[in-house]
Design a protein. Sequence first.
Length: 380
Amino acid sequence: MHIAFNGWFWDQPHVGSGQYVRRLIHHLRRLQPASELQLTLIVPGHADPDDLPPDVTVIKTGGSRSNISKVWFEQRLFPAAVGKARANIAHVPYWGAPLSSPAKLVTSVLDVIPLALPAYSPTLLAKFYTSLVTASARGSQHIITISHAAKDDISGYIAISPDVITVTHLAADEKYHPRLGAERDEEVRKKYNLPDQFVLSLSGFDVRKNIKQLIAAYNFVSKAEGLATPLVIAGKEPDWNNPLFPNIRAYADEIGVSEYIQWIGAVDEADKPSLYRLASVFAFPSLYEGFGLPVLEAMACGTPVVANNIPVISEITGDGAYLVKPGDGREMGGAILALLLQEPLRETQISRALGKSTNFSWRKTAKETLNVYEMVARSS
């Protein structure tokens, strides 16, 4: 069996689609040798693929990094390369499949944000692209997605039968662990000037991430904890004038909690496991996710999690996180305080989180993906 992958995101290893295709190809190769499973990565001309597992063929096409070049790569260059490679299956590991393919087509749709949240598709060009990839997804032999919540959205918004959608959950990397790598934790604490005890926010700042709810929660946490347990917000700050990014700095000033917040800016990828381990609580107030990987990463590090009770987070965490009503700052504040102050509850949540996190692995994801390839290859 010969699988050809769209590698547009290969050189972006820290974004969701880039991380997904890298982990998937590495673990597929561990499952089967090249004599049984041939893997080809097709990349645009600007890419210089690194960190490839053994026996993966790379095909370079033309093109640059522009949005127009991306569409041209997806619709013309990638399928042409698939045909030349004589692959059995073309796998596009993100929502950007071609309208036609010389091989059977498998598409991974990680989420349907532009359809579920129209504010994320504000321009005519964005709407056109969403229509294009929606049509191409319907023409795929099979759809892979990363949660049952996402499957329901794909079925509802794109009108694809659930029978041709398979869920293969993501997983936290092995570096997210309560002990492995912990010798670096104090070095990371000093690097970011972190206090002994803090609540961590590590995500984006766009409107669906809903950081405003966490800021509101600190109106209650600060009354009990004062300066003893600040909120540490990690991540590169956006242009606060963009309507997709509510000005949470201004909101923190408005409700009088700025002195209890420490902004540490962008963090190095290698430091994330230590940040999770050092945190007393990880807070994730997102309102919409395809999966919610940071929650699983924190759980795997043994850090208690407070998050909103939305379908995908409930699916991932089960009883391994303290879930609250979406948008309710008071309830989120109460959950944070409970985990800070009630040691039996805290220990129970840590134990449950560690147990739940072991249900997810990239080997399992790769094996379930391989099952999809074999099913598609057998189909007429």
